[in-house]
Design a protein around this ligand. Structure first.
Ligand code: CAA
Length: 397
């Protein structure tokens, strides 16, 4: 067993960290103020391979594994959570679903622009009436000649109005529940596709979020992704990997807040001492560091297991649950250590607090992660796999 990163991954991390510190972090506060979609920065990230990390090289990706992906995503998130969200969505959802379920023609057409950052891919699952209850979709896809027509409204779509490709989950068999949902690829500019105004959000302002309206959008059958009726299961399976990404993002935000608070506690003096000398400050710092390490270990364990072909539904939800709750705890504790200074925009900590909050909501709330973990525990019990080898034991075989 080892906790070391391989030397090539450490080297790659040095490059990504240097890029994130030089090119991303200095502009994070401005992006937060302006709330504009960071197309130029995404193109730079694409050129570095960060927007198609696990996509094979033959489709224009970097051809790396989830272990590398979570290491890179943590670095980007520590610099700017909005860019980490955009990186997580385009890598983890449209590209993953294309890789797992796309035809060769679909992969060749759509993956190279997405993986290189020339195009951005959005994921349209949630609806105004179907957030946590994702199978309760109302968006319909009905047959129209050789193709389909899509009608409905998608909510909280990251990159809405900015993306080049929309992966849309729609009901094709209304009485079949989760087995009646199909995935479609809808290019920007399609007839009948329109967008709401950008949501006015608490944080992550540059990860622009809108509703997506589908008003009888025509879609060729060649742009149906995977088999009819298998879209929901495919989306859930992609969310396993997606949630590992949100866990890595949460670790990155928490790390940034922790480092800022630690430096501040080392410099700031009160009652004749550095404030880190008071247990009221040093104990929270110790707890922050411990929780971040635990979150990072869970995240890397889930990535490790996914790279080895294990089903990671439980491990991904555990990592996402713990890491996003950690990001909430750590950013709040960091702000408390800074006191009044932390509540102002003179420091980035209030932004970290705002940016971290949604990690407990998107790609499944903390409550949904508990539902998923609990269901998987019963599944393990019924299969007699509670003590079996594999990721449940932390990867020790
Ligand atoms: N892998 C493979 N198959 C899965 C699966 C997984 N992880 N999860 C579910 N399935 C399968 C089930 O086995 C089942 O298949 P069968 O028909 O063969 O039995 C089918 O999918 C239906 O599953 P459930 O019966 O468990 O479905 P449910 O209606 O009870 O819902 C849920 C389960 C876990 C609550 C699910 O609805 C869920 O995850 N909700 C949260 C939605 C979510 O995460 N949304 C995120 C939006 S995307 C986003 O946020 C991106 C962004 O912009 C940042």
């Amino acid at each position: 067993m080892t906790f070391d990163l391989p030397e090539d991954l450490r080297e790659a991390r040095r490059h990504v960290r240097a890029f994130a510190r030089a090119e991303i972090a200095p502009h994070a506060a401005r992006r937060d103020e302006e709330g504009t979609f960071p197309r130029a920065t995404l193109a730079e990230m694409g050129a570095l391979g960060l927007l198609g990390v696990t996509t094979p090289e033959r489709y224009g990706g970097a051809g790396l594994d989830m272990a590398a992906y979570v290491v890179f995503l943590e670095e980007i998130a520590a610099a700017d959570a909005s860019l980490a969200t955009l990186m997580a969505v385009t890598n983890g959802l449209p590209q993953k679903m294309l890789l797992d379920h796309g035809s060769e023609a679909q992969k060749e057409a759509y993956l190279p622009p997405l993986a290189s950052g020339r195009a951005f891919g959005a994921f349209c699952l949630s609806e105004p009436h179907a957030g946590s209850d994702a199978a309760a979709l109302r968006t319909r896809a009905v047959r129209d000649g050789d193709g389909w027509r899509l009608r409905g409204t998608k909510a909280w779509v990251t990159g809405g109005g900015e993306a080049d490709l929309y992966l849309v989950l729609a009901v094709t068999e209304p009485d079949a529940g989760a087995r009646g949902v199909t995935a479609f690829l809808v290019p920007a500019g399609s007839d009948g596709l329109s967008f709401g105004a950008p949501e006015r959000k608490l944080g992550q302002h540059a990860a622009v979020t809108t509703t997506v309206n589908l008003d009888d959008v025509p879609v060729d059958d060649a742009d149906r992704l995977g088999r009819t009726g298998e879209g929901f299961v495919a989306a859930m399976a992609s969310l396993d990997g997606g949630r590992i990404g949100i866990a890595a993002q949460s670790v990155g935000i928490a790390r940034a807040a922790f480092h800022h608070a630690l430096r501040y506690a080392d410099e700031r003096r009160a009652f004749g001492r550095r404030i880190r000398e008071f247990q009221g400050v040093s104990f929270p710092l110790a707890e922050m560091a411990t929780r971040i390490d635990a979150a990072r270990l869970l995240t890397r364990r889930a990535a490790w297991a996914m790279d080895r072909g294990f089903r990671v539904t439980k491990e991904a939800s555990m990592a996402k649950l713990h890491a996003s709750e950690t990001a909430g705890f750590v950013t709040d504790a960091a702000l408390q250590i800074l006191g009044g200074a932390g509540y102002t925009r003179d420091h980035p900590v209030e932004r970290y607090v705002r940016d971290a909050r949604v990690t407990r909501i998107y790609e499944g709330t903390s409550e949904i992660q508990k539902v998923v973990v609990a269901r998987q525990l019963v599944r393990d019990l019924e299969r007699g796999e509670l003590d079996g080898p594999g990721p449940a034991e932390g990867g020790v075989e």
